[in-house]
Design a protein around this ligand. Sequence first.
Ligand SMILES: Nc1nc2c(ncn2[C@@H]2O[C@H](COP(=O)(O)OP(=O)(O)O)[C@@H](O)[C@H]2O)c(=O)[nH]1
Ligand SMILES: [Mg+2]
Length: 441
Amino acid sequence: MFEDLSQKLEVVFKRLRGQGKISEANISESLREVRRVLLDADVNYKVAKQFIDDVQKRAVGQEVLHSITPGQLIVKIIYDELVKLMGSSSVAINISPMPPTVIMVAGLQGSGKTTFCAKLANHLKGKGRFPILVAADVYRPAAIDQLEMLGKQIQIPVVAERGSGAIAIAEGAIEQARKAARDVIIIDTAGRLHVDEEMMREIETMKAKVHPHEILFVVDSMTGQDAVNTAKAFHDRLNFDGVVLTKLDGDTRGGAALSIRAVVNKPIKFVGVGEKLDALEVFHPDRMASRILGMGDIVTFVEKAQTQFDETKARKLEEKLRKSQFTFEDFLDQLREIKKMGSLQQVMSMIPGLNRLPMNAAVDDKALVRVEAIIQSMTSEERLKPNIINGNRRRRIAYGSGTSVQEVNKVLKQFIEMQKMMKTFSKGKIPGMLRGMQLPG
Ligand SMILES: Nc1nc2c(ncn2[C@@H]2O[C@H](COP(=O)(O)OP(=O)(O)O)[C@@H](O)[C@H]2O)c(=O)[nH]1
Ligand SMILES: [Mg+2]
């Protein structure tokens, strides 16, 4: 998802972070690059301009704390602004306190309406509701068959009245739902290849007749700015409640996801990430921003770290790293600290930069136990000065820990790698980034 956009942003940030001191001039230059990247991703040009202005304004007024670099601060500001751009928080669909809730789904032909209707029904069923699907796309007979087939797959009833008009079907379905004690009615409407007057009128009439509690507008994210323009045209007539972005699993550039909220001022509520009926995600602006920035799920990581990572210990460690005094004692400590946070693999995958290290082979929770045993079989002198561990000592450690010399060698090698990695830590990359994420405002 958005690989191209993420990669380009990462290049800009890397350059920015690599600079110790940052002047207004090179911030401006970087932001110009970010703007170009956004335009390349097919973000609406007005939206891109406003975005850069907002970032710049915040960056200029911001005091840089000692603990973070200006580059990190910019990344943080951009992250915050991306979240804001996409709507700040997740917005749920309206569920009527008086069932049945009526949900109308509109959009152009091929945008993924019918698929989404089935996905939504499946999603709501998983939440303990009893949806019913309504086939109100009467112009293409195959559309009715398609919805019936999808309904069968997820065992959800489908109202299909071949030969009736769309509005009569929708009205009849509400009656049927009441009788069958279904609490959510999802209406799949007809789309066209382009926005046209006839379709608009039909949808308007349907809205007036069935009084939907929620109107969702489906757009194909692969169509970029076209998706945004279509959404705007529909919104002017229909005043819908939320947007569904489909096909985000494809080779989409991200323009629609980033611009649509700002242009139509309605939240993205769901995203479709595949053809299968479980390929639906509730849209979270913060998670999407993390994905786009290529920072893994850093927010989740920070939350976990905040609750479980001992701040003072971290600071002490950082101090040591700065002085390059990282020892096996610390290695052991660090391993245990990480273990507390969850699986090592999972933790590593959430840290930007680390998720790309070729260390994955070494990161295995079972191996961790053996690593611990090996370190415990070292004398304290060996733990502090690993370079004295010669062949004899390696044999002794292997024997003592019930492992092999090869494994001891491997751990020593890993330790050196970890030391190297910690040096990048010590340059402020990761702890600084974490602190950056905790800045207020
Ligand atoms: N890859 C992918 N394909 C999707 C997604 N949503 C729908 N599709 C496909 O897009 C095509 C059109 O979908 P359909 O629901 O029939 O669109 P409609 O004409 O708006 O009802 C179908 O081949 C779907 O399988 C999605 O999120 N990801
Ligand atoms: Mg359809």
